[in-house]
Ligand binder design. Structure first.
Ligand code: SF4
Ligand code: SF4
Length: 582
């Protein structure tokens, strides 16, 4: 029987599918042996056990049959044999839309459990992208994509609203610390850290921004937030639109480059982290000339380096941790959040299963923006609700804004009575606020107020240029500087001169800096000497902090500029402002 002609949209979908096919996608399209091992992995199946249409393999087959009918020779010749079937009408496209957007959150749990390596979530994302390209998508997906294309962020936050929010958060911070330097810098050039966030934080959860700002401030970080390109989330990941993905990621990268930022720190958001750090460079086709990291790693580093002090007993309640699918399954990022959590929370109860096997919060894949599927989403969240309940925890912590919303919805629906929070909130609560806070912005204070006069500093480095540079900067600030160019000399001078502070290189001929540091700490006569490691070997950091002695007061990576050096050394030496600032 002759087939009806394809609709214009269906035609485009098939044409574009051909362009999308690559080795990874074709592998997933042909490798399924219908063993069913992935079936029980899916939270939609667990909530709808009598309906086979929720099985990942069945859902994949709805995409696979189009591929087979059009691009696979067996499907072209024997379509009935391999269950190949073309997509013909706009109604067919609508049915496919309800599967790829409504019955899957792209959580990748089934992908992980397939012995044949079928990655259904990647197929599903491709199908979403094809439908989006012909305008077939849930209304919410269209609205959010439009905002991200046109306004520059996926919640349509206008530039003046963003800047006003930062302004009032800065005012609050300044009041809290009674310090004009305690503000959120915008578009500061040459900062060590450029901090990008999820627009949800501006719109619904500004506390996460102010908590992060408090942490950066107390860590003495040279940081900034960008006035544009600040949205690190990327709806291109959910909608399957690689063009949108590339444009959004590129916007963030270009701003960091314009500001000459050294490190892009991404606030806690699973899909934002995956999009910006892992997928973005591929979508945009450009290299990224700076480091990118999750704020979880930044906070962990600050604690380990002693840049902030925390008292975990300030967080009282039993907490559990929910792994975001994008962080854990797609980026392998699950141990660091736990390490940080254990440093700031006294009682932690693991949820089972966890890490890569954790169940989706059901808000993933952009599901929170597709209200037509909300009842199904909540029903499919039963397994997550049971997981949460079984922990007995009062608080669920997650490093993802999407998960915050997904979990909050489930907790309300299943009446679980838990609170949802993020690591940034726990860290900020646990922080020990020094009585006096170092002013990190030199320009706001008279120079003489921050003088290093009266301090004796031993500068240790085997490179003559660095020795001269560090000594000159410190002498210009009034410090008395003594120099050593190897480990033996450094130890001898520390004993003889009893300096207030030693800046210590690690890689040196003879006794290396790590050995010298440990010897200083072990000798009761000089153990209390303040030490700031200044090294070109950041990879040695762990070896220093894991030594069985008190950690160094500071750790700086080379090359170090004058501003960073002074901010950190003043903080270590607790240089006081004459009017009461510290
Ligand atoms: S586990 Fe893999 S091979 Fe088995 S049905 Fe699922 S996708 Fe197909
Ligand atoms: S990706 Fe997740 S939601 Fe989608 S079919 Fe697989 S297990 Fe189910």
């Amino acid at each position: 029987m002759p087939q009806p002609a394809r609709s214009h949209k269906a035609n485009k979908v098939v044409e574009r599918m051909q362009k999308k096919l690559n080795r990874q996608l074709v592998g997933s399209l042909v490798a399924c042996v219908h063993c069913g091992m992935c079936t029980e992995s899916c939270h939609y199946v667990l909530a709808n056990p009598d309906d086979p249409t929720y099985a990942p393999a069945y859902k994949a087959d709805q995409i696979r049959k189009i591929f087979k009918r059009n691009f696979d020779w067996t499907g072209k010749v024997f379509p009935w044999w391999v269950k190949a079937k073309d997509i013909r009408s706009d109604e067919d496209l609508e049915k496919l839309k309800d599967i790829v957007f409504g019955k899957c959150t792209n959580c990748r749990r089934c992908s992980l459990n397939c012995p044949m390596g079928v990655d259904f979530a990647t197929l599903n994302r491709m199908a979403r992208g094809l439908l989006v390209s012909v305008g077939v998508m849930p209304e919410g997906v269209a609205a959010v994509s439009k905002d991200q294309w046109e306004i520059g962020n996926q919640m349509g936050v206008l530039p003046q609203d963003y800047l006003e929010t930062i302004e009032w958060l800065s005012d609050e911070l300044e009041n809290e610390f009674n310090d004009p330097a305690a503000r959120i810098p915008i578009d500061k050039m040459d900062a060590e850290v450029v901090y990008a966030i999820n627009p949800r934080e501006v719109k619904y959860d500004p506390r996460t921004i102010s908590d992060a700002a408090r942490i950066f401030y107390l860590a003495g970080e040279n940081w900034t937030m960008p006035s544009e390109g600040w949205d690190m989330t990327n709806f291109g990941l959910f909608s399957g639109d690689d063009e949108l993905g590339a444009a959004v990621a590129q916007r963030v990268y270009e701003k960091v480059i314009e500001l000459r930022g050294k490190r892009l720190v991404l606030s806690e958001c699973g899909h934002g982290y995956r999009s910006t750090r892992c997928e973005g460079p591929n979508w945009s086709g450009n290299g990224v000339p700076f480091v990118m990291e999750s704020s979880v790693l930044t906070m962990l580093r600050y604690i380990k380096e002693g840049r902030i002090q925390v008292d975990k007993t300030k967080n009282k309640e039993l907490v559990t941790f929910h792994d975001s699918c994008n962080n854990a399954r797609s980026c392998g990022f699950y141990e660091e959040p736990r390490e940080l959590l254990n440093l700031v929370a006294p009682a932690f109860q693991e949820m089972y299963p966890n890490r890569a096997e954790n169940y989706c919060c059901t808000g993933g894949g952009g599901a929170m923006s597709m209200s037509e599927y909300t009842p199904l989403r909540l029903k499919s969240g039963k397994i997550k609700a049971d997981q949460l309940k079984a922990t007995g925890a009062k608080v669920v912590v997650t490093s993802c804004h999407n998960c915050v919303d997904g979990l909050t919805d489930l907790i309300r629906h299943y009446k679980l009575g838990l609170k949802v929070t993020q690591l940034v909130n726990l860290v900020a609560t646990a922080m020990v606020i020094p009585e006096k806070v170092v002013l990190p912005v030199e320009a706001l204070l008279p120079v003489e107020a921050l003088s290093l006069k009266g301090f004796k500093i031993l500068v240790v480095d085997d490179e003559p240029d660095i020795l001269t540079f560090l000594s000159t900067v410190l002498e210009d600030q009034g410090a008395t500087v003594i120099q050593a160019s190897d480990g033996e000399e450094a130890l001898a001078l520390t004993l003889k001169e009893k300096p207030d502070l030693v800046t210590l290189d690690l890689s040196m001929p003879g006794k290396n800096g790590g050995y010298v540091f440990e010897e200083i700490r072990k000798n009761p006569e000089i153990a209390a000497t303040k030490v700031c490691i200044i090294t070109g070997k950041p990879e040695l950091r762990r070896l220093i902090y894991e030594r069985p002695v008190a950690p160094p007061e500071g750790y700086l990576d080379k090359p170090v500029n004058e501003e960073t050096l002074l901010i950190n050394l003043r903080k270590i030496l607790e240089v006081k402002h004459p009017e009461g600032h510290a």
